[in-house]
Design a protein around this ligand. Structure first.
Ligand code: NAD
Length: 372
């Protein structure tokens, strides 16, 4: 791979993964042709498809390619065909290996409400209209990984289950740094979320985030909030937030809560970032929040927008192509505004289209914008 081009590893995966990734491939070709942006693209297998071809949900050569690439774009993994495989060979293990060996400690989950879909939210229009928040969840530490853990039998025959919430200075600061840097490119506000009122790890979290802020990011507005209050505020007045940074457990819940403010799974992108290299480029994996949707795979019904928006995040955060990311997001917005809908977001009076037609319409809109 040449080192001066944008090195992208594409892993379409299973189910609708290859279908939605095909639409991203068209956009990549379009960017090369019309904007002169070249990507050095390698494509390989992950999940069940990799198991079928290589006998493992992520082959070693694919893992090496992921570590060498500037960014990895993943579709989805899994499906009934592989459900009975032993744990270590299940499709999901491929994704977990990627996250672990790339050391992706910051999970970015935007919750954006497109005007055209605002009425589909379960919340009132005036609460969610224009919503654009980013949840940064710590992904590799905290109670999901802390030791000691396990279930033990006590002398009286009853049992005790234990998990440990544990964070170090470095783990807190590196994810907080990602949040401050993101806020610098957005509206300049970070809300740090923990339970410092009842947990020592929360006290440390609050102190370290504040200290990093005071030392390096004093231009960013920093507030602190307890996680239970944040859960409430997200449905009461979600637009008060810009970037939320929180730990693994609270982030798991709050990011799903925020996602549901926005409507369909087929619209939600994500990014997972790791440490920065010497050039300041972070290891990165971009993927839609949804899974492989075996119930609709092969029917042309998949919504490609989550995958395409994941690619827009990749342009913005891995390749510093903010203008192209803006263009792509605006194109998707206008296609939805124009009334095209895949089945998952279909509403009365709108035009139901296939995965391919949605992708084509977004490219058509890119072309219009370029010509304007
Ligand atoms: P899912 O996200 O695949 O599907 C849930 C529902 O949402 C389905 O009805 C599906 O048709 C619909 N849906 C999802 N994405 C859509 C899209 N882009 N357009 C239109 N409709 C869409 O979750 P699931 O059904 O619980 O899991 C199916 C498989 O995916 C399982 O094997 C699971 O393990 C795997 N999975 C993988 C990932 C991942 O790769 N990151 C995430 C979640 C689930």
């Amino acid at each position: 791979m040449a080192s001066d081009t944008n090195r992208l590893l594409i892993l379409p995966g299973d189910g609708i993964g290859p279908e939605v990734m095909a639409e991203v491939r068209r956009i990549i070709d379009w960017l090369g042709k019309h904007r002169g942006i070249a990507f050095d693209v390698t494509e390989d297998l992950v999940g069940g498809a990799a198991y079928d071809a290589y006998g493992s949900p992520l082959a070693d050569h694919t893992m090496e390619a992921a570590l060498e690439a500037d960014a990895v774009l993943l579709g989805a993994v899994g499906g009934p065909k592989w459900d009975s495989l032993p744990f270590a060979e299940k499709p999901e293990r491929g994704l977990l290996r990627l996250r672990k060996e790339m050391d992706l400690f910051a999970n970015l989950r935007p919750a954006v409400v497109f005007d055209a879909l605002a009425e589909a939210s379960t919340l009132k229009l005036d609460v969610v209209k224009g919503l654009d928040i980013m949840i940064v969840r710590e992904l590799t530490g905290g109670v999901y990984f802390g030791e000691p853990r396990g279930i033990e039998t006590l002398p009286d025959g009853s049992r005790r289950g234990v998990n440990t919430q544990v964070y170090t200075t470095d783990e807190i600061r590196r994810v907080a740094r990602v949040a401050f840097e993101l806020a610098g490119k957005r509206w300049g506000r970070v809300c740090s979320v923990e339970k410092a009122n009842v947990m020592e790890s929360g006290v440390l979290w609050r102190e370290e985030v504040q200290a990093l802020h005071d030392e390096e990011f004093s231009k960013i507005e920093l507030t602190h909030m307890y996680a239970d209050n944040c859960a409430m505020q997200l449905v009461r007045n979600p637009r008060q937030f810009d970037v939320i940074v929180t730990d693994n457990l609270f982030g798991d819940m709050l990011s799903d809560e925020a996602a549901m403010l926005t409507g369909s799974l087929g619209m939600l992108p994500s990014a997972s970032l790791g440490a920065a290299d010497k050039k300041g480029r972070r290891r990165a994996l971009y993927e839609p929040v949804h899974g492989s949707a075996p119930d609709i795979a092969g029917t042309g019904q998949a919504n490609p927008v989550a995958m395409i928006m994941s690619f827009a995040m990749c342009l913005r955060y891995s390749f510093d192509l903010a203008e192209e990311a803006d263009l792509l997001e605006a194109a998707a917005r206008s296609v939805l505004g124009g009334g095209l809908r895949t089945a998952d977001i279909m509403e009365e009076g709108k035009a139901k289209v296939s995965t391919g037609v949605m992708g084509e319409a977004i490219i058509g809109e890119l072309e219009k914008r370029l010509a304007a």
